[in-house]
Design a protein around this ligand. Structure first.
Ligand SMILES: Cc1cc2nc3c(=O)[nH]c(=O)nc-3n(C[C@H](O)[C@H](O)[C@H](O)COP(=O)(O)OP(=O)(O)OC[C@H]3O[C@@H](n4cnc5c(N)ncnc54)[C@H](O)[C@@H]3O)c2cc1C
Length: 412
């Protein structure tokens, strides 16, 4: 450097920090694999989006790339044993292909498989995770009901114990992968009670089980969102997931992984919006120059770029803390720290992705007002990310409670 007369030696500094921000060689290999599958899915996803029909190629393409069991133990099927940071990086990459594609993974892997991995007994893990990691058994997560959304404790789906089996009745709605799932995690109270919630693994083929695809959504036309009807569905005793009465804890632990996954996907959306806005601003000419040279267009790009860094680092920190908790699962302080970090990451990344998509559409002008433009699709699709897996208002209160502390709960 000019003006520097003597170089300082590396060993004259004390390396106190063990933190590093490099992507390892192993991670790069996984991300390359994910990237290749993403390239393959892109034209198919675009075609399906414009025809407004479900993309059924996601499962086979990503199964072939060994991505469907990424954070699952190598003991099961095609589990790759990836840590949560690697998982988050992979989901970020997938998020660039659209929130519809990414939602499939959040549900099948984060809400589904990771919940079974955490709460299931060995028999359940073998039975579910073996085929799920290979895409031979798709999973869904059935918590929401017509009258129970932000407040899952108010759900009305119930179960009765009958001759060594459970019989479930009720309705779950707005369930991602609901029609295509082979197994759904269903949450229900004992009949006539409002406590003692349990979680069950319910199989598609069971008599009394039916589904209906939800049409006319604002976004995610390529993803399956369905209502599931349970009419006295018989569930074998061994399909109880986690201890009896711990259903709400099972649900909340699933939501923690689900929120991390949503947040990581939103980072991918922001990246794609930035790439698209930069590309377009570099070719579109108005008032005699490329629009990227107009300062107010630069402002949009500057804000999207800042959204990207802020969201990405919140997600990586949250994933890092979540992994620390996975390595030390009895540590309640770590669990709470990870939960709060994930909540902040999901809250920020969801809003930042919508803001970024909106700005990218603005940079495109009229050419962004068509689903043929990627930013338009992101704008329609990311709207859901501040509703599902904890609506903004619920997360704001949870984050505030992290600072205010006990005694300031907005609701019980
Ligand atoms: C495309 C899509 C996919 C989905 N996938 C799944 C899935 O796979 N599995 C599943 O179980 N669910 C799924 N959901 C449902 C989703 O999790 C719920 O929509 C979410 O929990 C919010 O519930 P709600 O829609 O009933 O809204 P409500 O709970 O009725 O809330 C309505 C509004 O009131 C606000 N509000 C509610 N309570 C409070 C409060 N105490 N303080 C302040 N404001 C409050 C909310 O923030 C929101 O703005 C999905 C939803 C969509 C749209």
């Amino acid at each position: 450097m000019e003006g520097v007369t003597e170089e300082l030696e590396q060993d004259e500094f004390v390396g106190l920090s063990k933190m590093h921000f490099d992507v390892s060689e192993e991670q790069s290999l996984i991300l390359e694999q994910v990237g290749r599958a993403c390239q393959e899915i892109r034209p198919i996803e675009e075609k399906c989006y414009l025809e407004r029909r479900m993309n059924d190629r996601v499962k086979p393409i990503f199964a072939k790339a060994h991505v469907l069991g990424l954070p699952i133990s190598r003991r099961y099927g095609d589990g790759q044993g990836a840590d949560m940071v690697t998982y988050a990086l992979a989901i970020e990459r997938i998020g660039r292909e659209g929130t519809g594609v990414r939602t499939f993974f959040s549900v099948h892997i984060a809400l589904g498989q990771l919940t079974v991995q955490m709460w299931g007994n060995e028999g359940q893990r073998q039975a579910v995770l073996g085929p799920a990691t290979k895409g031979e058994r798709l999973l869904a997560f059935g918590l929401t009901e017509p009258s129970a959304g932000s407040d899952p404790s108010s759900l009305t789906t119930s179960f009765e114990e009958k001759e060594g089996r459970f019989q479930l009745s009720g309705q779950k709605t707005w369930i991602s992968n609901g029609s295509i799932a082979d197994t759904v995690l269903v949450f229900a109270y004992p009949k006539g009670k409002r406590e003692g919630m349990c979680a069950f693994l319910v199989d598609k083929g069971s008599p009394g089980y039916s589904t209906k695809f939800i049409e006319n959504k604002l976004g995610l036309p390529t993803a399956d969102t369905s209502t599931i009807y349970l009419d006295k569905v018989e569930v074998p005793k061994e399909n109880l997931l986690g201890p009896k009465g711990k259903g709400l804890s099972v649900a909340y632990s699933g939501l923690m992984n689900g929120r991390l996954s949503v947040a990581a996907g939103c980072v991918g959306v922001i990246q794609d919006c930035l790439d698209e806005a930069v590309r377009y601003a570099g070719v579109r000419v108005q008032h005699g120059k490329k629009i990227g040279r107009h300062q107010l267009v630069q402002r949009h790009i500057g804000i999207i770029s800042t959204n990207l860094d802020a969201a990405r680092w919140l997600v990586l920190r949250a994933a890092f803390l979540k992994q620390k908790f996975e390595d030390d699962p009895a540590n309640v302080e770590l669990r709470d720290a990870a939960d709060l970090a994930i909540t902040k990451a999901k809250y920020f990344a969801a809003n930042a992705s919508f803001d970024s998509a909106n700005r990218a559409v603005q940079v495109f002008g009229a050419n962004g007002y068509s689903f043929e433009a990627r930013p338009a699709r992101h704008l329609a699709d990311t709207r859901v990310t501040s509703i599902y897996e904890g609506a903004n208002e619920i997360l704001e209160q949870k984050i505030a409670l992290g600072s205010l502390g006990k005694g300031f709960e907005a609701y019980s």
